[in-house]
Design a protein around this ligand. Sequence first.
Ligand code: AMP
Ligand code: MG
Length: 405
Amino acid sequence: MIPITEAIRIVLQHTSKLEVESVALSDSLGRVLAEDIIADTNLPPFDRAQMDGYAVRAADVSNTPARLQIVGESAAGAGWHHEMKAGEAVRIMTGAPVPVGADAVQQVELTREAKGGNEVEILERVDVGRSIVRQASEIKTGETVLRDGEDIKAAMIATLASFGYAQVKVGRRPRVAVMATGSELVDVDQKPGRDQIRDSNNYTIAAYAALAGATVARLPLAVDDTEDLKKQIAEAAGQSDVLITSGGVSMGVYDFTKAALQELGAEIYFERVALRPGKPTVFARLGNTLVFGLPGNPVSVAVTFNLFARTALRAMQGAKHPELIEETAVLARELKGSIERESYLPAVLRTDEKGTLLAEPLKWGGSSDFVAFARATALIDVPTGVKMIEAGSCVTIVRLPASAP
Ligand code: AMP
Ligand code: MG
């Protein structure tokens, strides 16, 4: 049995980056950047008006009201490209270039047109620079604005678009095959017969794998028979970057997943992790395919997928931070840990009236209780050897991926 951090280290050690591909900007959301993003223009590209109003020389309006001659108009997309002289003003719109010679913009609300629009009265003085965003004051040409390995979030799209990234280089999506094992399983569209249950793990893994950026193929359900398992595993491994099985890895008489992997010549990197739930997690390589043999219980599947398989899938795409991000929350109710294993226990996050982030451990019946788990939004990390954590203590949590990044 190895510690979780060691297991994650091994996963990362055996995971290599996939190729880089180019996608259209409109398809880039949620992908991992595979290039630095460089500004190809200054921001703003010119001295830009921040208000609708009049471009003026501040010195001309130090005594108000001041009357100036309107000599032109500068609109967004159609600037006034002459030199503005003393005693003159240019009507200007938000986003338009400020003419040479002007050093401030007075907002239209503090002005009044006169002489049929030939002159303007500036009713209040302005400081030099008022309502002008200077050229390159935000970003200079050549600056790196986003970095290789960052997740592309919706907030980044404007940056990619503004610097001309019609195509964006990203890590290729890993191809994942999911394979539930267990002679008791029937598919979701079947009525379970005597002693049978519906498979849920294939769907859970497919959902989380998609959230991690992978494309997913669901394989037929596999029965607990070493020869059948070998056949299916070998076939799946040939067609995918990562094979994720569930079930058949504990100590039962019909737990054959590990044996099948071994007989196929897979290299097994670990097979037991000091984790609750999810001890019998297997990580192996078969040819060029990484294999995660996750336990059968549905909550163990969610936990082990997100700790190990998700990390590998994101590292394959080049993510700089492939692991779940750790945060701190206050425990809302006391919680029992385990002497031998580190626990990742399902919880609901909420904030109290003071704004404190609280983690409320789920009341659940253990790793088979997927109905209770359906409400979970996070996992609470309870270190090995901690028997009990009192309500009000600070705990480390990770949020469960819930929808596309
Ligand atoms: P196993 O590790 O194969 O012994 O499975 C542990 C428990 O998880 C058993 O109760 C199984 O019936 C259940 N289980 C295994 N695979 C699945 C699956 N694909 N969907 C739902 N439950 C499963
Ligand atoms: Mg089984």
